[in-house]
Design a protein around this ligand. Structure first.
Ligand SMILES: Cc1cc2nc3c(=O)[nH]c(=O)nc-3n(C[C@H](O)[C@H](O)[C@H](O)COP(=O)(O)O)c2cc1C
Length: 366
């Protein structure tokens, strides 16, 4: 069987992607003082050679306080543009597109050199730190501009698009959920107010980078079993606002660091059987039913290309986004293209997740 839907091109905004495979953002812990290193560039070249149509970088910090790992990348000032341009140029040699994922660790920051900041002062159990609540002025004068300026730098570095990281309990995601947003100003309270930071970033960024540069989002749609957290019903209301705002693609996600010891600790669920795969499928079906006007990226435990082909054929999703399987097999897309349709070798054990705490991104299987 030919995987003709998976290997058909499709656009995000005006950017044509050669197939439906996306490397979902995956922190690598390979930067040098925030700059992409040769080691990181080589990893991305390996992914590009492996056939994936779009690479989403690991989270890139918009502020010096907020790199996603000790050796995470940054775009918090203009000095970072040239090293990011080198990375982007290397990838473009392979007819692969690349998106910069922009984020701020917020309440979940473990960098002790800086105070952690958040919409409200709610203890983060994994670090034992209570973040300081941002003032309204700090949100409008520092946080929003830091995303806009970093987006402009991503554009000037040659990235094909950006993805805002608004999930997993990091700063933007923590505005969306009532668990961590107890504000009473225009950035808190009802769903629209909690989503306002995304709208404000989007509108200012659009002015900065123009209409042709896609602005996409990884969006928290639910907090899982977190009592007092974001429910999927509220997540769907947020998604409607995100659609109306004009985002160019949505990758629905969920979970975060608060639920230590449960499946919802991460969006990277430990999968023990094929029945547990494709775990954001029910969510994306609900989002599809909203009939929004931009492409969707399905991520979360996709391991079988024949099933993924059906998701594209049936219009459930426009793209298939993979993280852990591409750590295990960077050439997975070419393997599937060549006719070997056996599922990804990835055992979804999360050894890769733990690898970046002390070292570089790696898989115990390879
Ligand atoms: C090692 C590792 C690093 C990750 N880093 C990021 C990140 O920087 N940004 C992000 O949005 N998601 C990150 N994720 C989540 C993945 O993008 C993805 O959503 C999740 O692992 C589920 O997809 P999968 O089953 O294909 O791995 C990371 C996951 C892992 C395992």
């Amino acid at each position: 069987m030919e995987l003709k839907y998976l290997f058909s091109p499709h656009k995000i905004g005006n950017v044509l992607i050669k197939n439906r495979f996306v490397r979902s953002a995956t922190a690598e812990n390979m930067a040098e003082e925030g700059h992409p290193s040769d080691q990181l560039i080589n990893l991305y070249i390996e992914l590009a050679q492996g056939g994936v149509g779009l690479i989403i970088t690991g989270g890139i910090a918009v502020d010096p306080s907020s790199t996603f790992t000790k050796k995470g990348t940054s775009l918090h000032n203009d000095a970072f543009i040239s090293s990011h341009r080198k990375l982007v140029d290397s990838i473009h040699n392979y007819d692969t597109k690349i998106a910069a994922q922009l984020g701020h660790t917020g309440r979940q920051s473990s960098n002790k050199r800086y105070e952690a900041v958040a919409p409200s002062s709610i203890l983060y159990p994994q670090t034992g730190r209570v973040p300081r609540a941002l003032s309204t002025e700090e949100i409008t004068k520092i946080i929003i501009p830091s995303f806009v300026e970093s987006g402009r730098r991503a554009y000037e570095s040659g990235y094909d698009m950006i993805q805002l990281h608004a999930a997993h309990g990091y700063l933007l995601g923590s505005f969306l959920t009532p668990y961590t947003n107890h504000r009473t100003d225009k950035f808190g309270g009802n769903i629209f107010n909690r989503t306002r930071i995304l709208i404000d970033i989007f509108n200012s960024l659009r002015d900065e980078v123009g209409k042709e540069f896609p602005i996409t989002i990884k969006l928290q749609t639910q907090d899982g079993d977190l009592s007092g957290g974001l429910t999927l019903d509220e997540g769907l209301e947020i998604t409607k606002i995100v659609y109306q705002t004009g985002f160019d693609a949505i990758e629905p996600s969920g979970g975060g660091g608060d639920l230590i010891g449960t499946d919802w600790l991460l969006p990277s669920v430990v999968i023990k059987s094929p029945e547990e795969e494709n775990y954001f499928l029910p969510t994306i079906k609900e989002i599809r039913a909203l009939k929004g006007n931009c492409p969707l990226l399905l991520m979360g435990g996709i391991r079988n290309p024949l099933i993924a082909e059906r998701f594209i054929q049936e219009g459930t999703t426009d793209f298939i986004s993979l993280s852990r399987p591409l750590v295990c097999e960077p050439d997975l897309v070419n393997r599937w293209k060549s006719g070997d349709h056996s599922p990804a070798l990835c055992e979804s054990c999360n050894s890769c997740y733990y690898s970046i705490i002390g070292g570089i991104l790696e898989c115990i299987l390879n």
